[in-house]
Design a protein around this ligand. Structure first.
Ligand SMILES: C[S@@+](CC[C@H](N)C(=O)[O-])C[C@H]1O[C@@H](n2cnc3c(N)ncnc32)[C@H](O)[C@@H]1O
Length: 320
C-alpha cells in the first residue's frame, strides 16, 4: 500500500475501488494567484503540503512539467491521495505523493535527497471530498459518525473528545478553536446529552446551547464554530501549521516562496505572525520578505462560482 516513508505507490491507485466518491473534484481556491505567487522558477521543486484533490498541484504541473520542474504532494489523508492521484496521470514522472503530516516535510525531502525547494504551498482546512463523505463526520448537515480525522490511521476521533473530556475542557476547546461565544452553554448541553455518537446529535446539543433568537440571526450555520473547534482539536491543526511553517524555512532555497491560503482567523493569525516574526530587512541575512502586505482575497466572481472561497485569505512570503 504505502512504504514506510509514507510514499504512495501508483499500484495502489490502479484498480482501487473508490467508494462514495463525490462526482466532482474540489475547486481549488484562488488558483491563479497561488500559482503566480508560488512559482519563481519553472524548473524548480514545489511542495504542495495540502495536496487534497490535487487541484493546485495540477495547475502548478501545467506550468512547470515541460521545464523540468517537479511537485512533491503531501496529505494526511491516504484515501484522498489515492482518489486524486489518477488526475495527475498526464504528468507522471513530474510528481511524487506522500502520506503524512506536512510537519514532516523536511524528512520527506531528505528521503528524496532534495536539498532545497523553490516553493511551499499550504491550502488549509478540509477538502470537498472530506466534507461530502458523510462517514468522515466533518459535515454538520449530514448524518455520520463523530470522526473528523483527516488521517484515518490516527487514534483520536472527535467522538473521544466529545464524550471523554470534562465540561471545562470542552468549553476551552470551543472557545479557543471555535471562538464560540456560547462555549459554556454548548459544553453543558454536550455533557448532559452524552453519549453523543453522531454528527446530528452534536448539532442538536449545539442548538440547545444557543438561544433561539441568536440562532435565527446567525449568517452561518449555528454549528459551524463547534464543528471547526473539534476538527482543529482532533487534527492538531494549529500546532501542525506552526510546525509546517517553521519547517518550510528550513527547506526553502534563497528566493523560495511560502504561499498560504487560510479560511479562518486563527489560521490567518498564525501565518501573519509567523511572517512578521521572521521578516528581515533585505540584505540583512536570512529571514522572510513579506510579499503580500495585506492578504489577497478572492474576486467577487470567484466567490460567486465557489462559495467555499468566500473566507479565503492568501499570504505570500519569500526567503532572503
Ligand atoms: C483544502 S484541502 C486542499 C485542496 C487542494 N489544494 C486542491 O486543490 O485539491 C486541504 C487538504 O490538506 C490536508 N491537510 C490538512 N492539514 C494537513 C496536515 N497537517 N498535513 C497533511 N495534510 C493536511 C487535508 O487532509 C486536505 O486534504
Amino acid at each position: 500500500m504505502r512504504d514506510e516513508t509514507g510514499r504512495v505507490g501508483s499500484d495502489v491507485v490502479d484498480g482501487h475501488p473508490v467508494e462514495g466518491s463525490p462526482p466532482e473534484f474540489h475547486i481549488p481556491v484562488m488558483v491563479q494567484e497561488v500559482v503566480e505567487g508560488l512559482i519563481t522558477d519553472p524548473s524548480g521543486i514545489y511542495v504542495d503540503c495540502t495536496f487534497g484533490e490535487g487541484g493546485h498541484t495540477l495547475e502548478i504541473l501545467k506550468r512547470i512539467a515541460g521545464h523540468g520542474g517537479k511537485v512533491i504532494g503531501i496529505d494526511k489523508d491516504l484515501e484522498i491521495l489515492r482518489y486524486a492521484e489518477k488526475r495527475l496521470k498526464p504528468f507522471e514522472g513530474s510528481f511524487e505523493l506522500f502520506h503524512g503530516p506536512f510537519s514532516n516535510v523536511d524528512l520527506i525531502l531528505r528521503g528524496l535527497k532534495v536539498r532545497a525547494a523553490h516553493g511551499v504551498l499550504f491550502d488549509l482546512g478540509v477538502s470537498s471530498y472530506q466534507l461530502d463523505a458523510e462517514q468522515r463526520g466533518f459535515s454538520f448537515d449530514k448524518e455520520g459518525p463523530l470522526d473528523m480525522r483527516m488521517d484515518l490511521q490516527s487514534p483520536r476521533k472527535a467522538e473521544d473528545a466529545v464524550n471523554g473530556l470534562k465540561e471545562a475542557e470542552l468549553e476551552k476547546i470551543l472557545r479557543a478553536y471555535g471562538e464560540e461565544p456560547f462555549s459554556r452553554s454548548i459544553a453543558k448541553q454536550i455533557v448532559l446529552r452524552r453519549p453523543i455518537l453522531s454528527t446530528l446529535e452534536l448539532v442538536e446539543a449545539v442548538r440547545a446551547g444557543i438561544p433561539v433568537k441568536v440562532r435565527q440571526k446567525m449568517r452561518k450555520h449555528f454549528a459551524t464554530r463547534t464543528f471547526q473547534a473539534f476538527r482543529i482539536h482532533v487534527n492538531r491543526e494549529l500546532e501542525e501549521l506552526e510546525n509546517g511553517l517553521a519547517k518550510s524555512l528550513q527547506i526553502l532555497c534563497q528566493g523560495g516562496r511560502i504561499v498560504t491560503v487560510s479560511f479562518h482567523s486563527l489560521e490567518d493569525r498564525i501565518v501573519k505572525n509567523f511572517f512578521r516574526d521572521h521578516s528581515t530587512k533585505e540584505g540583512s541575512g536570512s529571514g522572510l520578505k513579506i510579499i503580500t502586505k495585506k492578504p489577497l482575497v478572492p474576486s467577487e466572481e470567484e466567490v460567486y462560482r465557489n462559495r467555499r472561497a468566500r473566507s479565503a485569505k492568501l499570504r505570500i512570503a519569500e526567503t532572503l
